[in-house]
Design a protein around this ligand. Structure first.
Ligand SMILES: Cc1cc2nc3c(=O)[nH]c(=O)nc-3n(C[C@H](O)[C@H](O)[C@H](O)COP(=O)(O)OP(=O)(O)OC[C@H]3O[C@@H](n4cnc5c(N)ncnc54)[C@H](O)[C@@H]3O)c2cc1C
Length: 412
């Protein structure tokens, strides 16, 4: 009989970890202070990014850095007061983003990304979530001819190196593919492999329901109550205290808060992001990244979701949605988006590591404690394969990919 396990955090990563553990015979209790998929895994752009073999690097060209510093666009904002605490992790992020280092990291990242479609497919089928998923890719669109030229060169390099598929659309082809587009753009890269989900939070909820049907428990509780108890771990939930020999931390952007009291100082930070839905106009047919504008426009069940880029701030600092009206103005140049659906924008936080790789594996100094967090811009994509990898490591199985690049011990 496999050991019981407590999984802390019911975002995409925690739910998939719990499912994979349950599939291997563990008694699993998934604990979250909210329902499954209500935080970052709810409000993202919903793209299962098979093309994202290269993680998002720190920008290294001065024009871009100047734009960031001046907070001009919809792509980046920051809280001045948060910068002293962020300086260390961001400095390391910048260092790891040197081209040679980034290429090395990308090779490790790509090994996980390669499995995203297969692993999601299995869970989509088992949870009956086919109605939420479109398998037609998405488009990176460009306003400027120079950015389009660069994008074509980058797409060719990535396709040659990693075997992802794409098509180049010139201005005319893009206008035909997206009849609701209000103005001419320079063109687009249509990534053909990715899938898009029209309600990301609902996909996580379906996966969590599958966990329940398979005999796993989903409980409300505060991960902050986690304590060592005997040879294992104990957490307090609404249904009393739960004990297990193993506990997995899958708290996404809140993982650092649990780790610090245990003595782990990882170079973690968050890139917050906002979205708002709009109705009343004709939506795009496929999700579109407005690369020069720094936003994503996605048709969702709730309306057209416009997501912003990154905001560097403390995870729980009050929202400062200054990028949202900028993103709406830019998005409205492309599509008719007359009515905001919600009174207030949604905010979430991408859980980032300085070396752009997630943290998956055994805690270096605590027996029975396991980590699965830090999936940054692609946690929705990577949840299923990361969950599988963690479950395999915990059970001593041969893992789906070499786990060493993601080992928690790599930070020393
Ligand atoms: C605007 C935006 C767009 C994005 N677009 C994409 C995309 O298109 N594709 C993609 O792959 N990724 C995308 N991402 C990234 C992706 O959303 C995240 O990487 C992913 O959701 C992280 O999942 P997670 O399970 O680690 O964290 P979360 O989903 O945040 O889950 C963490 C869970 O921990 C729980 N928790 C926290 N503290 C406690 C506590 N004390 N006690 C109990 N429970 C607690 C929370 O309630 C939450 O349910 C985007 C992110 C943003 C912000």
């Amino acid at each position: 009989m496999a050991d019981p396990v407590i999984v802390l955090g019911a975002g995409m990563v925690g739910v998939c970890t719990a499912l994979h553990l349950r599939q291997r015979g563990h008694a699993v209790t998934l604990v979250d202070r909210r329902g499954p998929g209500r935080e970052t895994s709810y409000g993202n752009a919903g793209i299962i990014q098979r093309e994202a073999v290269e993680p998002y690097a720190f920008p290294r060209d001065w024009a871009m850095l100047a734009r960031v510093a001046l907070k001009r666009g919809a792509d980046v904002n920051y809280h001045l007061g948060a910068l002293p605490a962020l300086a260390g992790p961001l400095g390391r992020y910048w260092w790891h983003s040197r081209p040679a280092s980034h290429q090395r990291i990308a090779r490790s990242y790509a090994r996980l990304i390669e499995h995203c479609l297969g692993e999601h497919h299995a869970l989509i089928e088992r949870s009956g979530a086919q109605d939420l998923v479109r398998r037609e890719g998405f488009r990176d669109a460009f306003r400027e001819a120079d950015s389009m030229r660069q994008a074509v060169a980058d797409a060719r390099r990535v396709a040659d190196g990693y075997g992802v598929r794409y098509a180049v659309l010139d201005s005319e082809a893009l206008a035909q593919a997206e009849p609701a587009l209000r103005r001419r753009l320079a063109g687009a890269i249509h990534w053909l492999d990715p899938w898009s989900v029209n309600d990301p939070g609902e996909l996580v909820a379906r996966y969590a329901a599958l966990l329940g049907q398979s005999g796993g428990r989903v409980l409300r509780g505060d991960a902050g109550t986690l304590r060592q108890a005997g040879a294992g771990w104990r957490v307090r939930t609404d249904e009393g205290e739960i004990d297990a020999p193993h506990a997995v931390v899958a708290l996404g952007p809140w993982s650092d808060g649990l780790l610090r009291p245990l003595g782990y100082r990882y170079p973690l930070f968050v890139k917050r992001g906002y979205h708002r839905h709009y109705s009343g106009g004709e939506p795009p047919r496929l999700p579109m990244l407005d690369a020069d504008g720094g936003l994503v426009i996605v048709p969702m069940r709730q309306g057209v979701r416009v997501t912003t880029g990154a905001e560097f701030a403390r995870v729980d600092a009050p929202p400062t949605p200054v990028q949202v009206p900028r993103a709406h103005a830019l998005a409205s140049e492309l599509f008719d988006l007359p009515q905001a659906v919600e009174a207030q924008p949604w905010m979430g936080s991408r859980p980032c590591t300085a070396d752009m790789l997630p943290v998956i594996g055994a805690a270096p100094r605590h027996r029975g404690l396991w980590f699965n967090f830090g999936h940054a811009h692609q946690g929705f994509t990577l949840g299923p394969v990361s969950g599988r990898l963690l479950a395999e490591l915990l059970g001593g199985e041969s893992p789906v990919v070499d786990p060493r690049p993601y080992a928690p011990a790599r930070f020393g």
